[in-house]
Ligand binder design. Structure first.
Ligand SMILES: Nc1ncnc2c1ncn2[C@@H]1O[C@H](COP(=O)(O)OP(=O)(O)OP(=O)(O)O)[C@@H](O)[C@H]1O
Ligand SMILES: [Mg+2]
Length: 283
């Protein structure tokens, strides 16, 4: 465990305001187009309340697009997206999105004010906002940076602030777009362990995009693999029937890793070929 995070972490994590639990998410026959470009086609996925679903697929296939649609930022051309049976019509505080880029913070607010933003919008008192912000900043190992501005932090630190800001809202569904991609290996490992713990404690539903097969096996209840785009769809869904905490040397984990690697590898090759980048084919 990296020192900064270990020092900052409260023993049991932030106390929740209530026993909010995850919401069920249903994606039914979703098509998304950008003008004449058909990004995703006929995607259907039922995600149970409290489930941790990882989404894997080649770069550019439409993972962020699908997540943005779930968050209400992108509107499908056809099909439906519902959360506990209610249509997603736009951004909602119950749907917390951690963006792929760490530039999503408010630069003019301090780190603490950024994390307190959600609780403030929800009408929490100043003392409560401050307390919640500091608890979630401790969780990501950045309590000591509370009075700094985002521009004074590294990319990885900004990404951790973004995660704290989303979690401080205590959303029922957490949508995470390669949230640990910018972190060094050790911090990434700590954040993965923290994420597993936060998810288990809060009971929230998580949809988590990653390129990292091991990260998916470590965290997910199920892993959905997308095809290469354009008009990407869900190719296969794998249950991860392994006890938690996960042991990557477990033979079943190794078997799953191979299956995922083959499945995604095939799609990555198709994507590279479409981009004229597959050197094997060019020889
Ligand atoms: N606003 C937009 N307008 C036009 N095309 C878009 C837009 N957003 C995404 N796309 C296109 O949709 C496709 C899917 O993009 P998306 O960002 O969802 O991929 P991704 O799977 O998240 O990739 P990566 O793994 O590299 O993050 C890409 O071809 C991209 O160029
Ligand atoms: Mg993306």
């Amino acid at each position: 465990m990296t020192k900064a995070i270990e020092a900052d972490r409260p023993p049991s994590g932030p106390a929740r305001e209530n026993d909010a639990h995850g919401a069920a998410v249903a994606v039914d026959g979703v098509d998304i187009r950008f003008g004449s470009f058909h990004a995703v086609r006929d995607i259907s996925l039922d995600i149970a309340a409290g489930e941790f679903l990882c989404l894997l697929g080649p770069s550019g296939c439409g993972k962020s697009t699908l997540l943005s649609a779930l968050a209400g930022f992108v509107h499908p051309h056809s099909g439906s997206l519902t959360v506990d049976g209610m249509p997603v019509t736009g951004p909602d505080p119950e749907l917390g999105m951690v963006f792929q880029s760490s530039e999503a913070l408010f630069d003019w607010l301090t780190v603490r004010q950024n994390v307190a933003f959600g609780p403030r919008m929800r009408g929490r008192s100043r003392a409560e906002q401050h307390k919640l912000a500091d608890e979630y900043l401790s969780l990501v190992g950045l309590r000591h940076c509370a009075d700094r501005f985002p521009s004074q932090l590294s990319g990885g630190m900004r990404q951790r602030v973004q995660i704290a800001r989303v979690l401080a809202n205590e959303p029922r569904v957490v949508l995470m777009d390669e949230p640990f991609g910018a972190l060094d290996a050790q911090t990434r490992q700590v954040m993965q362990e923290e994420m597993a713990r936060i998810w288990q404690t809060s009971g929230c539903t998580v949809v988590f995009v990653t390129h990292d097969i091991d990260e998916a096996i470590l965290l997910a209840d199920r892993v959905a693999v997308m095809t290469a785009g354009p008009a990407a769809s869900v190719k296969s869904v794998y249950p991860v029937d392994l006890p938690r905490p996960r042991d990557e040397s477990d033979p079943a984990a190794r078997e799953l890793r191979h299956a995922l690697r083959d499945d995604i590898g095939e799609e990555v090759r198709k994507a590279l070929l479409a981009q004229g980048l597959d050197q094997e084919e060019q020889r």
